[in-house]
Design a protein around this ligand. Structure first.
Ligand code: CP3
Length: 349
């Protein structure tokens, strides 16, 4: 999908080029998910990873929030663990826990064995993207006649944190210890993660994704020096797989100290809700920003949510482009009617 054939470019893609569309573009991380009754129905009896591998089901779930909320972008329904699974790494997504690895990486030889894995077949991901993109090509967003699809991948550090820790962890102590103790194995591990993430991004772009987002959800646990030296080069390697083909959004949480680094090689920076958006913008000259409504505001009553959202939009005016989003994903307990109302309100701002 290109935006050249249309007289109008969807607001999301305008903002990613550093422009100010007539209506502010908005989408929500985790917009396709447990907050939607139609999602819970579609997923009934289907394991999370399996749902990601059935193209028609993944495409249908991808489209649900676009139909319901009229958001300005779809994001492929998948998971950052899917490329690991496609490369034959033993991973399960356990309800109520998150990703759990069959065999956490403990030694240099564990890592040497891992890096021999390849993604053999990602055709089901390409099929899901193509099916979703076909429907989105006739779904209006703003004054454009179609809606873009965002592809995504996990950043190498966030993938490595799961591979080493074996399950969700608060401080990623084992992963960060490996980074310091065995830089050669760390280099092998992160290079492999970057390649797998890059391939996953490229499959989605080849199949018609109009933009991509790289999620480094856990990089906030790193110091600036460690991030810049031992992580950022690999994130850039992953991003290079699609650089120059589609705009790229780079997102992490707890990243106030890392924003300038996150911006390198990215067209837009996703800002979490702990950093005031205007303060982030002042540090990111020329960059489009995405964010940063506090997910807690979804549970604080409409008046607060509206006020808070309008303040985010106001602070965002200092940037060349602003994509409205939450500071992190939609909490499962969110009332979906509130999200629909919020999209309407943002489009009227
Ligand atoms: O919201 C849902 O319930 C949808 C289904 C689901 C997803 N992942 C979709 C997803 C479920 C149950 C998961 C499991 C999972 N994967 C968890 C546990 C989630 C929970 O609350 O129980 C976690 C932590 C992961 C790993 C993961 N996946 C991370 C760290 C990220 C990056 C974004 C983030 O939340 O920090 C993902 C991406 C992801 N998972 C997406 C989707 C549809 C893509 C991006 C998006 O829609 O924003």
């Amino acid at each position: 999908m290109t935006d050249d054939g249309d007289s109008t470019t969807p607001p999301l893609l305008q903002a990613l080029r550093g422009a100010r569309p007539a209506t502010p573009p908005v989408w929500f991380m985790r917009q396709a998910g447990r907050s939607l009754p139609e999602y819970r129905e579609a997923r009934a009896g289907v394991a999370m990873l399996d749902a990601c591998l059935v193209p028609d089901l993944a495409a249908e779930i991808t489209l649900q929030p676009v139909r319901r909320h009229r958001v300005d972008a779809a994001i492929l329904f998948s998971d950052i663990m899917v490329p690991l699974h496609l490369a034959g790494v033993g991973v399960d997504i356990v309800p109520g826990v998150g990703p759990v690895m069959e065999a956490p990486l403990r030694t240099a030889s564990d890592i040497a064995a891992l890096v021999a894995h390849e993604i053999e077949d990602a055709s089901m991901i390409a099929d899901a993207v193509r099916t979703a993109v076909t429907e989105l090509s006739s779904t209006p967003s703003g004054d454009a006649s179609w809606t873009p699809l965002i592809g995504f991948a996990g950043a190498p550090f966030t993938l490595a944190a799961y591979l080493v820790e074996g399950r969700p962890s608060r401080d990623h102590l084992a992963a960060r210890a490996l980074m310091h103790a065995d830089p050669a194995s760390w280099d092998d591990l992160l290079t492999w993660c970057a390649r797998i993430s890059g391939e996953f991004l490229a499959v989605q772009v080849d199949a018609g994704a109009s933009a991509v987002q790289v999620f480094d959800s856990w990089c906030g646990s790193l110091s600036l020096a460690d991030y810049a030296r031992s992580v950022a080069p690999y994130s850039r390697l992953a991003m290079q797989a699609v650089q120059g083909r589609v705009p790229l959004i780079h997102f992490g949480t707890g990243t106030n100290h890392l924003l300038e680094e996150l911006a390198k090689g990215a067209d837009a920076v996703g800002v979490d809700d702990r950093t005031p958006l205007d303060a982030a913008i002042d540090r990111l000259p020329g960059k489009t920003v995405q964010g940063n409504i506090d997910p807690a505001a979804l549970f604080a009553g409409w008046d607060f949510l509206e006020r808070h959202t309008l303040e985010v939009i106001e602070r965002g005016r200092r940037a060349p482009g602003h994509i409205v989003n939450l500071g992190h994903g939609v909490p499962p307990a969110t009332d979906p009617r509130l999200l629909t109302r919020l999209v309407e309100r943002i489009h009227a701002a």
